[in-house]
Design a protein around this ligand. Structure first.
Ligand code: FES
Length: 148
């Protein structure tokens, strides 16, 4: 039995130690906002926060997440309000197909939590998730907007 703390709630699941955290989050627990892209730690679609650090859940085994606080896109804001990054994404109309955007938002939220006023270079260095629609300019603008 593995216990995972996701978005403030404890979940006991049956999982092998090496099960990718992404499978536990999506298929076992049912938070489907976190997406599968490459499965190899390259694209960032599966990004979540592990103790506040942006983490690619497709290459993180569940055993590495036990005892840590996991945040997914569903837990980023609150019942009452969106996270400022989520609001900036809407205001900036970032999404096209939308598939990668939860991972992009999780990366941006972690960046701004660590560095509330990043330089353009720091944004470009940290926002490295892939977007097949090519929304990079809008992503950049939304991060700047959220930082204001
Ligand atoms: Fe995890 Fe691509 S699905 S990095």
């Amino acid at each position: 039995m593995t216990t995972l703390l996701i978005n403030g709630e404890s979940h006991e699941i049956e999982a092998e130690d090496d099960m990718p955290l992404l499978w536990a989050i999506r298929d076992v627990i049912g938070y489907t906002g976190t997406k599968f892209g490459c499965g190899m730690g390259l694209c960032g679609a599966c990004s979540i926060h592990l103790d506040g650090q942006v983490t690619r859940s497709c290459i993180t085994p569940v055993s590495a997440a036990e005892g840590k606080a996991i945040t997914t896109i569903e837990g980023l804001g609150s019942e009452q309000s969106l996270h400022p990054v989520q609001q900036a994404w809407i205001d900036q109309e970032v999404s096209q197909c939308g598939y990668c955007q939860s991972g992009q938002i999780m990366a941006a939220a972690a960046l701004l939590a660590e560095n509330p006023n990043p330089s353009d270079e720091e944004i470009r260095a940290k926002m490295v998730n892939y977007c097949r629609c090519g929304t990079y300019q809008q992503i950049f603008a939304a991060v700047k907007r959220a930082a204001q």
